[in-house]
Design a protein around this ligand. Structure first.
Ligand SMILES: C[C@H](O)[C@H](O)[C@H]1CNC2=NC(N)=NC(=O)C2=N1
Length: 97
């Protein structure tokens, strides 16, 4: 199982991600897409990557606004697996906008 990151490690990881915030409990990014179908297309791409990684974000969908929350449920906090997933989500979002 991946090790929990301490507050400093989460802070420095979040600093090099794009638009993420949070702490040791979870990291979160909210983003607006141009339309509802565009938002769903992003969710579909993230779903494929999450399956590949066997690591899944919590996703909130509100019309064309998505909120991704990454936490390693089995560890009860943020691990390197969440940072890796957040990176992949950033790449998908950079492509989509
Ligand atoms: C068996 C499988 O590896 C686990 O259930 C995985 C699946 N995806 C997961 N995703 C997240 N975010 N946390 C988990 O603990 C987790 N567990």
């Amino acid at each position: 199982m991946a090790d929990l990151l301490d507050a400093d490690s989460v802070r420095s990881a979040v600093a090099v991600l794009d638009g993420w915030e949070g702490g040791t409990d979870a990291i979160v990014r909210t983003v607006g897409l141009r339309s509802f179908p565009a938002a769903i297309a992003v969710v579909d791409r993230v779903a494929k990557v999450a399956e590949e990684m066997d690591h899944h974000p919590d996703i909130d969908i509100r019309w064309r606004t998505l909120t991704f929350r990454c936490v390693t449920h089995s560890a009860g906090g943020v691990t390197t697996r969440d940072i890796a997933l957040a990176n992949r989500i950033d790449r998908i979002l950079a492509d989509a906008s």
